[in-house]
Design a binder for this molecule. Structure first.
Ligand code: AMP
Length: 585
């Protein structure tokens, strides 16, 4: 299989902004592929060699890639510098320079096959130790030398972590069901993805065994499961009403969500963003291993920092010391943590996600011995508003954020990857202001003036619309940045610079620079209002009008535990707008 055919499909995807069209380009292409190739191409289309939950180590520094491009094309450093200032994307620079070389290809060049590309990308990924930078450059140069301009564009984007052709996971799932099944199969294909987090595996299973095999896919240790999320409502009586007059209520702990995969003696912990967090919480992994009575289990819980003397819970900022990449030994000693378990998704050979909440909860309770480091979330069955209010007050007095109501209905299964009313959150913030905080993707920036000259002064922020796969803007954010954050911003954001508005961004407000939606920041606001300029929910509440945030403020919390597709959705913004107006009536 020639890499040129794959690059051509990536190129076609990049030049369309319609999700439907992308799905049909992909489905047509998928049908022509061998199942083994399909799997790798699905990963590559997202710039990866493996599923999302495997660490992606390709990340070559821009400078290194530019050095390879310069040496192959015989370009001077100063010319590369000029292009870098203008384009900010090694992929585009490679395309421009390698274009110049077309026609001069050596007689010895070999065709660039998928196999060769994968082999060299794997070599780049695994290069370690002395001279590893030189070797990475060598492996990249070998494939760049035989590539045409479009192939070079994607190779450089893949190795620098910039591969975004616009087809997100949902579009790939659409394409898979179009290629190998029917529209009716789409929910089953999506469920298989939600319980395995492995698009390539789902694609291959579907291509080889059809929808029947996909339906048989089950949760498994070492395949993280997409987390289930909660809806929100503005008061406890409304929650009870929605839950049919009776529900379970749990404390909503303010910590870090962890999904633990326990297999006899080995335990792996994943964040909600599917990163491996085992080295951040080695003490919790070990305690879970000791306390687990099953051979195999997958559980979820919230890790909260605790005061070792009193056992009392400490604020979220304390547990964030455990998210760092280095110095973990010291952090483990200095910041003791306890896990409050709230769900079980696998118990020995049983896929628990299909059981109702109460059965999961009792299974969870009998699968673990409780200790001062491993506990269950505080829980009560509530059937009056007064009981709910008392439980909520108790949660706040224990330094929790609020409560999580959980449905007791027979259909209260674990809905991987979905936000629904089977779980409803109610936080202290809802009492104080009309809205919850928002986790928004940074899609652009405005140059600062006055005291902020030379830095970014404000950011263009967006919510994600899962249906269209687009980021729609909700505010220009310029408040809440301290000096340290202002100084950090370019380093955090510039690697996502985009010469044009990315296809996945819907915006009418035009910033000075655009970013590929990647970084997520937590933002509070006084209110959600109708906006003539922002595009979130455009035309849904009112014709030609979107929704925007009034007085947005950065809380100081960079949500590096969330990917851009996991940020606040446009539907949530609409719901919060409705919730706020309902409250005013
Ligand atoms: P939010 O991030 O505000 O949407 O709230 C959902 C998050 O609350 C989950 O992802 C968990 O990290 C956290 N959480 C805290 N306590 C619980 C609980 N008892 N049940 C479920 N999630 C909880």
């Amino acid at each position: 299989m020639l890499f040129a055919d794959i690059a051509d499909v990536f190129d076609r995807l990049e030049t369309t902004s319609s999700r439907l069209e992308m799905a049909s380009i992909l489905s047509e292409f998928f049908r022509t592929l061998e199942p083994g190739h399909l799997r790798s191409i699905v990963y590559l289309s997202q710039g990866k060699l493996h599923p999302d939950f495997c660490p992606q180590e390709l990340g070559m520094a821009d400078k290194l890639v530019l050095r390879a491009v310069a040496s192959i094309s015989g370009t001077s450093e100063s010319r590369i510098g000029e292009l870098w200032k203008k384009e900010g994307d090694p992929g585009r620079i490679a395309e421009i320079l390698i274009k110049k070389k077309e026609g001069q290809m050596s007689l010895f060049s070999e065709p660039l096959t998928l196999g060769r590309v994968l082999k060299n990308l794997n070599l780049i990924e695994n290069a370690e130790g002395r001279d590893s930078q030189d070797r990475k450059m060598k492996y990249l140069s070998q494939i760049l030398r035989d590539s045409d301009p479009v192939e070079a564009r994607y190779l450089c984007r893949i190795v620098t972590g910039r591969m975004r052709v616009g087809a997100g996971s949902m579009t790939i799932l659409d394409a898979l069901s179009e290629a190998f099944g029917t529209k009716e199969d789409r929910p089953d294909i999506e469920r298989a993805f939600n319980i395995t987090c492995d698009l390539g595996l789902v694609a291959e299973t579907l291509a080889l065994g059809g929808i029947g095999r996909v339906r048989l896919m089950k949760v498994a240790v070492a395949n993280p499961i997409k987390v289930m999320l909660a809806e929100r409502l503005p008061s406890i009586p409304l929650i009870l009403d929605r839950m049919g007059g009776r529900c379970a209520m749990e404390f909503k702990y303010d910590g870090i969500r962890v999904q633990a995969h326990i297999d006899r003696d080995s335990v792996k912990l994943y964040s909600r963003r599917l990163e491996d967090m085992t080295s951040n919480f080695p003490d919790i992994a070990e305690e879970l291993r000791i306390r687990c009575k099953a051979e195999r289990a997958i559980i979820e819980g919230e890790c909260v920092a605790v005061d070792p003397k009193t056992g009392g819970m400490l604020p979220f900022q304390t547990v964030t010391h455990r998210r760092k990449k280095h110095g973990m030994d010291k952090a483990v000693e200095e910041y003791p943590v306890k896990i409050f378990m709230f769900d079980i998704l696998l118990a020995n050979g049983t896929d628990m996600t299909v059981f109702p909440f109460e059965e999961r909860r009792s299974k969870l309770a009998c699968t673990f011995d409780i200790s001062d480091r491993v506990g269950l979330t505080e829980m009560e069955i509530i059937s009056t508003a007064e009981e709910g209010e008392n439980f909520f007050d108790r949660a706040l007095s224990m330094k929790c954020e609020g409560v999580m109501a959980k449905s007791l209905a027979p259909e209260s299964v674990y809905r991987a990857g979905s936000r629904g009313f089977l779980w409803i959150k109610y936080k202290k913030d809802y009492e104080e202001s009309l809205t919850d905080s928002f986790d928004l993707a940074v899609v652009g920036a405005f140059h600062g003036r006055g005291k902020r000259a030379g830095k970014y002064g404000a950011l263009l922020m967006a919510a994600f619309d899962g249906e269209s796969g687009k980021y729609q803007t909700v505010c220009k954010l310029g408040t809440g940045f301290d000096d340290a954050f202002l100084a950090e911003m370019p380093e955090m954001l510039d690697r996502y610079l985009s010469a044009e508005r990315p296809h996945t961004v819907d915006a009418q407000m035009i910033p000075d620079v655009w970013f590929l939606p990647t970084a997520v920041l937590e933002v509070t606001a006084a209110e959600i209002s109708l906006s003539p300029i922002h595009t979130a929910g455009l035309g849904i509440v009112k014709e030609d009008t979107g929704l925007g945030l009034r007085f947005p403020r950065f809380t100081g919390r960079v949500r590096d535990d969330k990917g851009p597709e996991e940020c606040t959705s446009v539907n949530e913004v609409i719901e919060m707008y409705e919730m706020q107006n309902q409250d005013k009536e």
